[in-house]
Design a protein around this ligand. Structure first.
Ligand code: MG
Length: 261
């Protein structure tokens, strides 16, 4: 859990930026890390104390998440939390999804990354409302960040709110944001055994997307085996194979999204 890396105790570096239409794109530049080794080990050497801190952090998070859930429900906004390792294709899938379904339903995006607003700039260029959350040393979005992002974004009633979490298959699974559903994306350039190695993430998923299907002829990835592994930790989970590049399988993804209301 997150206390293992200690990032939940280091929320001081969080920045939330609402992108405006006339904003110039971000120019990435290295930021000095606020702490020399933020992802070392838990602050406490005492196992009992560490567990207590974890429980308090998650209990506080769950309270705020419930507030977010009520806020979203009152406005008829359906939030979908997109989680994956870095490079699975979350942002590309979002760009394509916004372009394909944005005409049918208002879409807004919350972008989570440790640094830069590169992904938010990409989403902004589709014409979609977007807010960037930079987590600094943190390796996941939490409910408070979501709350602040909702205030900045103010998604219109009835909209679909896509949340791109920080690329990480561990901590984001444990932090409820108040979303309606969780989607886990794995790409075929990753290992077939990812669901077994990161069971908490795959167990939390309402839907699993196996992305980059267009690369299957070039990589050693067994789609059926991956789906079996996913169902071994989450028996009822739906698994779709898609390519955000060629559009393969996306109509089923859009049908699933249409049901998220
Ligand atoms: Mg991204």
């Amino acid at each position: 859990m997150c206390a293992t890396c200690g990032c939940s105790e280091e929320s001081g570096g969080t920045r939330i930026v609402m992108l405006r239409e006339d904003d110039a794109p971000d120019h990435p530049h290295p930021h000095p890390h606020p702490h020399p080794h933020p992802h070392e080990h838990a602050q406490s050497n005492d196992a009992g104390e560490t567990v207590t801190i974890e429980q308090k952090v998650l209990a506080k998070n769950n309270l705020v998440a419930e507030r977010n859930r009520t806020w979203l429900s009152d406005r008829g906004v359906a939030a979908v939390n997109m989680m994956s390792s870095p490079g699975a294709g979350k942002t590309t899938l979002l760009e394509r999804t916004i372009t394909d379904v944005g005409g049918r339903r208002p879409v807004a995006v919350i972008e989570g990354d440790q640094e830069t607003r590169l992904d938010a700039d990409r989403i902004r260029s589709t014409g979609c409302a977007v807010v960037q959350v930079n987590t600094g040393a943190g390796c996941h979005l939490d409910a408070e960040m979501m709350q602040d992002a909702l205030t900045a974004l103010s998604p219109v009633a009835g909209s679909l709110l896509m949340v791109e979490n920080v690329g990480n298959l561990v901590c984001p699974a444990l932090f409820d944001l108040g979303e309606r559903s969780k989607v886990v994306i794995i790409s075929v350039t990753e290992g077939t055994d990812k669901p077994l190695k990161y069971p908490y993430m795959f167990a939390a998923a309402d839907l699993i997307l196996i992305n980059k299907a267009d690369l299957l002829p070039y990589v050693d990835f067994d789609v059926d085996q991956c789906a079996r592994h996913a169902r071994s930790v989450n028996p009822a989970v739906r698994v779709l194979t898609v390519s955000a590049t060629t559009g393969e399988g996306l109509p089923l993804w859009y049908d699933w999204l249409a049901d998220q209301r």
